[in-house]
Design a protein around this ligand. Structure first.
Ligand SMILES: NC(=O)C1=CN([C@@H]2O[C@H](COP(=O)(O)OP(=O)(O)OC[C@H]3O[C@@H](n4cnc5c(N)ncnc54)[C@H](OP(=O)(O)O)[C@@H]3O)[C@@H](O)[C@H]2O)C=CC1
Ligand SMILES: O=C(CO)COP(=O)(O)O
Length: 325
């Protein structure tokens, strides 16, 4: 039984996962890069920057990212930073992470390598046991203990699954041994959340919304059918559940980005906002990955065109309707 778990990333998802897991293990150590967050967690049992109203469980402690011994003492480590940071951070903590049980919750695709997070982590650590966690899991709702489902992407080793099931025992879990496919679901759903936000910024009726949603899900399933070994992936939490959560709910940062870009409230510097918009970083890679499999993704291309400022939603959307699968 794992007793000490590390969480790299003291943001919304890192804090939320720490709160959930802390009810199932002896201690959770959250590693952050801001001293004031580390202090607020250790002094006030609260991450004042991300969840100012949430009292964290007393067995959650925080350390600065550089605390190598603190990380070395953890038996399992969860990586909860934006996908753009994963390679740098895992490379920098290679010695402490090698040989450990690692789980990534990050939803992104490295460019131009087109590697998923678990593939990056394996590159950097050589660990055989790397799992991913992905599903309809808004961090704030996880942090406050609401029911959530998630897919665990992991190898078929029964002891590995038992370990994961215990760590994430507060979630309703399904499993897949196609880790890459699970992670790509999380990448795709962010792209379609932006796309649905863009569409809804122009077409506000119910019929229009669900027509476009269906077009997105169809394009996503065509891609997954081509790349996934897990033929049941389509009904798993990482796919149908997370796709619908983020495409339909304004709480989604990706959907909100689509709405704001569609309404011309923001232009491309939004990446400097400091908000984690994973879909905008991964859309180009997902298009290239699809092309490598001779798959056309008109909706993903629509998202990329509008995000790039090449076109606005109205100019681009006719192409989508004509070409969408
Ligand atoms: N939020 C959610 O609802 C969910 C998020 N996820 C995924 O989790 C991942 C993390 O996102 P999320 O927690 O939402 O993002 P947030 O923006 O809420 O937090 C990101 C955290 O990463 C830290 N960070 C960023 N760069 C570095 C770095 N170079 N070194 C150390 N720490 C760093 C930030 O530090 P600082 O505070 O100093 O900026 C912050 O603590 C994403 O891939 C996301 O898709 C998955 C499911 C749900
Ligand atoms: O992945 C998430 C919920 O499962 C969070 O979505 P956003 O990054 O769009 O906020």
């Amino acid at each position: 039984m794992i007793s000490k778990v590390g969480v790299i990333g003291a943001g919304s998802m890192g804090t939320a996962v720490a709160q959930s897991i802390s009810r199932r293990v002896g201690e959770v150590i959250v590693f952050g890069r801001r001293q004031e967050i580390v202090d607020s967690i250790n002094t006030d049992n609260c991450n004042k920057r991300y969840f100012p109203g949430l009292r964290l469980n007393p067995n959650i402690h925080a350390r600065l990212m550089g605390d190598r011994q603190g990380l070395a003492d953890c038996e399992a480590v969860i990586i909860a930073v934006p996908s753009s940071e994963v390679r740098f951070i895992v490379n920098a903590t290679h010695d402490e992470l090698t040989g450990k049980f690692l789980v990534t919750v990050a939803k992104g695709l490295e460019y131009p390598s087109l590697k998923t997070m678990s593939e990056i982590i394996r590159d950097e650590t050589g660990n055989p046991d790397i799992a991913c966690f992905s599903g309809p899991t808004f961090a704030d709702e996880v942090a406050y203990g609401h029911i959530a489902g998630a897919t665990i992407g992991a190898g078929g080793d029964p002891s590995l699954r038992a370990t994961i099931s215990n760590l994430f025992g507060e979630f309703i879990l399904d499993f897949s041994d196609d880790i890459r496919a699970v992670e790509l679901c999380g990448v795709l759903k962010n792209v379609y959340a932006i796309g649905t936000g863009m569409w809804d910024s122009v077409y506000g009726n119910h019929n229009e919304h669900y027509t476009f949603l269906n077009m997105c899900y169809k394009e996503m399933c065509i891609f997954l059918r081509a790349i996934s070994r897990d033929k049941g992936i389509f009904t798993k939490f990482c796919c149908f559940g997370d796709f619908n959560l983020t495409a339909n709910v304004d709480k989604s940062r990706n959907r909100t980005l689509g709405l704001m870009v569609g309404k011309k409230i923001v232009k491309t510097p939004y990446l400097e906002s400091g908000v984690t918009f994973e879909g905008s970083r991964s859309v180009k890679g997902i298009i290239e990955l699809a092309e490598n499999h001779s798959i056309d993704m008109p909706i993903a291309r629509f998202v990329y065109d509008v995000l790039s400022g090449n076109n606005n939603v109205r100019e681009s959307v006719d192409g989508v309707i004509r070409k969408a699968p």
